[in-house]
Design a protein around this ligand. Structure first.
Ligand SMILES: [Zn+2]
Length: 145
């Protein structure tokens, strides 16, 4: 079996496993989303996560290349790194979603795209965006806990 066939098999195997981890995490995510974290703090966390993620990708690439050169796939390290990337990516998505909530980004009811603060019309489809009101579930009012 060639190195790349082995790698393909491994990625597929790992894909199945990581799917389960993500499903489990998604269940606990709902409870967490209510927490209010400051926008500045979120931005710092996001930046840090992005740096970590970039570092993991670099390491992953180095391992894959080393494995290719030595024709010996280090599946343990590869799997560990892939898992770490999954966790980081998921964390990043979660933080970005929270940031959107905090920044009161209006979501277009027609096309579902997120728009800039204070936008009146959707910049994607031109639809009139809903006004921010107390009972509008598209927005989260920071002054109200
Ligand atoms: Zn739209």
């Amino acid at each position: 079996m060639s190195f790349f066939e082995k790698l393909g098999d491994h990625v597929e195997y790992f894909g199945q496993k990581s799917k389960k981890v993500i499903e489990d995490k998604a269940n606990t995510l709902g409870q967490k989303s209510k927490e209010i974290v400051g926008i500045a703090r979120l931005n710092i966390m996001i930046t840090q996560l992005e740096i970590d993620l970039k570092d993991k990708y670099t390491k992953l690439g180095a391992i894959v290349y080393k494995s290719y050169r030595e024709e010996n796939l280090n599946t343990f390290t590869l799997e560990k790194l892939c898992h770490e990337i999954d966790v980081l990516t998921e964390g990043l998505d979660e933080l970005n979603a929270k940031l959107d909530e905090l920044q009161l980004k209006p979501i277009c009811p027609k096309c579902g795209e997120k728009n800039m603060n204070q936008a009146i019309y959707c910049s994607f489809c031109g639809n009139l965006l809903p006004k921010k009101t107390e009972d509008n579930s598209d927005y989260i009012d920071l002054n109200k806990k």
